[in-house]
Design a protein around this ligand. Structure first.
Ligand SMILES: Cc1cc2nc3c(=O)[nH]c(=O)nc-3n(C[C@H](O)[C@H](O)[C@H](O)COP(=O)(O)OP(=O)(O)OC[C@H]3O[C@@H](n4cnc5c(N)ncnc54)[C@H](O)[C@@H]3O)c2cc1C
Length: 471
């Protein structure tokens, strides 16, 4: 029997799963490599099997779509068309003369190396939350909005009893309503966006009635759970001794500054805060793929400009699960055709392409409306930590700019160590750049995650190959 072409899909969220199913259905052997224990990605994050969740769907939207994806994956796993490698953290994709090699670390300490060889790679690594600093943000009890949701969906636990959900972006809505539905008291939803900015974009937003219905559903849930919503407000400080006890929120003026005299204190033990999302582009950067702003650049077939490498989902731009599904499907079909040596016919995926166009336009309009307060960095006091790993304060960053003449993020990093710690700037770079007044440039990191020196030393010689030869 002729060998099947091999595709490595990195990321088992909606984009990766849609691509894996589309490619496997067309004769490609797919190895699905994902750092999580269960498939689903962020949107369909699953509780650990040991928790024996009786109704996991209660915490999710679009559960039928998940059942379809899960059923398809199970069928391909049973038939040997897909191999799923969970708990595999990919740190590099290498181009070689005979294809591509995906290098991963596995195990609880991420110290065991593994390698997957493939003819094509799909980067479906999703996005991560943008977190901006403010006084008190390092107190225990302050978590990211997505972190609070992950505790709920993945661990079936509440981060606290009385929560404030704050920041900017559509993610705040499922987080606030999800926490309330699970029994937390949500003392306020604090959104810095101005409702007028949505009214100005009515035409673009109305072109996606399903999304508007989803928004109306959240509005109804906010009312049902009696969650007070404060738009054009921001959290100016978190207070507490050993842990979070309260937050101060204030109204924002037209310039994005807190209006003096509008501050009020809200008692809470949890602050779930997020300021939008950024695409995961580390692996693409390591491969030398072109970026468009923060996003991996792709063509109509979801191909990057590096031969053999496709990208789909939030790595190519933040746009929600439906867009990730459409892009993944297109990528999977394109890859199957190209690996078979044929020119793909875009008419075969026309409905997905139309959904992609509509959803991209919708999220472009949303992106213009949701934004952190324009002057957020002015609220960050000199004593506030901006890089948690290296414990660098805003004052140190300002001195690097004002007294030592740093004019870009890299020089700020060299002078202060901000971004040199464990996260390598993945979490703190937007905050450091904002406080420094520098542009947020792509990290261009060689390795997508920290790799033990011992692994690097043995890598060239003998990283064990994963068995992907079920074809
Ligand atoms: C924290 C968080 C919470 C969210 N909650 C909601 C919500 O409630 N409602 C909503 O509509 N949208 C939500 N979103 C947005 C939603 O997740 C996305 O729209 C959708 O899941 C994107 O699908 P995707 O396949 O592109 O990426 P994801 O679903 O993010 O999947 C990417 C997968 O890639 C894996 N991965 C990334 N890097 C590596 C690597 N180096 N090695 C191995 N695996 C890797 C990740 O573990 C993940 O499983 C959330 C996003 C985030 C970040």
């Amino acid at each position: 029997m002729a060998e099947r072409p091999r595709l490595a899909v990195i990321g088992a969220g909606p984009a990766g799963l849609a691509a894996a199913l589309a490619a496997a259905a067309r004769g490609v052997h797919v190895t699905l490599v994902d750092s999580a224990a269960e498939p689903g990605g962020q949107f369909y994050r699953q509780p650990a099997p040991g928790l024996r969740a009786r109704r996991p769907q209660a915490l999710h939207h679009q559960w039928r779509t998940w059942e379809r994806l899960r059923g398809g994956l199970d069928a391909h796993l049973a038939a040997g068309g897909v191999t799923h490698l969970s708990d595999h953290h990919v740190w590099c994709v290498e181009r070689e003369s005979a294809g591509l090699t995906v290098h991963a670390l596995l195990g609880p300490d991420q110290e065991r190396p593994a390698a997957v060889h493939a003819d094509a790679v799909l980067l479906a690594t999703g996005g991560y939350e943008k977190v901006l600093p403010f006084p008190g943000w390092t107190l225990p009890g302050v978590v990211t909005a997505g972190g609070a949701q992950a505790m709920l969906k993945g661990g079936l636990v509440l981060p606290g009893r009385r929560a404030v959900v704050a920041g900017s972006g559509p993610l705040l809505l499922p987080v606030a309503t999800g926490l309330a539905a699970a029994g937390a008291e949500v003392a306020a939803l604090v959104e810095s966006a101005d409702p007028k900015d949505f009214v100005r974009r009515t035409r673009a937003l109305a072109a996606q009635p399903a999304k508007l219905a989803e928004g109306a559903g959240y509005a109804a849930a906010l009312l049902r759970h009696r969650i007070p919503v404060r738009t054009r407000h921001t959290v100016v400080a978190a207070h507490g001794g050993e842990r979070l006890e309260a937050v101060s929120v204030a109204a924002l003026d037209a310039e994005g500054r807190p209006v003096p005299g509008t501050e009020r204190r809200i008692a809470c033990d949890t602050l779930a805060v997020g300021h939008g999302m950024l695409p995961h582009t580390d692996l693409a950067e390591g491969l030398g793929c072109r970026l468009d702003g923060p996003n991996v650049h792709v063509d109509d077939e979801q191909r990057t400009d590096v031969p053999g490498v496709w990208a789909a989902g939030e790595a190519t731009g933040i746009g929600g699960a439906a867009l990730s599904l459409a892009e993944g499907h297109i990528a999977g079909r394109s890859i199957a055709a190209r690996l078979a040596g044929t020119e793909p016919d875009p008419r075969a995926w026309a409905p997905a392409a139309r959904a992609r166009t509509r959803t991209r336009a919708f999220f472009a309009a949303l992106e213009g409306a949701y934004a952190p307060p324009a002057r957020w960095a002015e609220q960050v006091t000199d004593g506030t930590l901006v890089c948690r790993c290296e414990e660098v304060t805003a004052g140190a960053v300002r001195r690097a700019v004002g007294e030592l003449g740093a004019g870009d993020l890299r020089t700020v990093k060299l002078l202060t160590r901000a971004g040199m710690g464990w996260c390598q700037g993945r979490m703190c770079a937007p905050g450091v750049a904002g406080v420094a007044g520098c542009e947020l440039a792509p990290g261009r990191r060689l390795l997508a995650r920290p790799v033990p020196l011992g692994v690097l030393a043995t890598q060239a010689a003998d990283a064990p190959d994963e068995d992907t030869s079920a074809q």
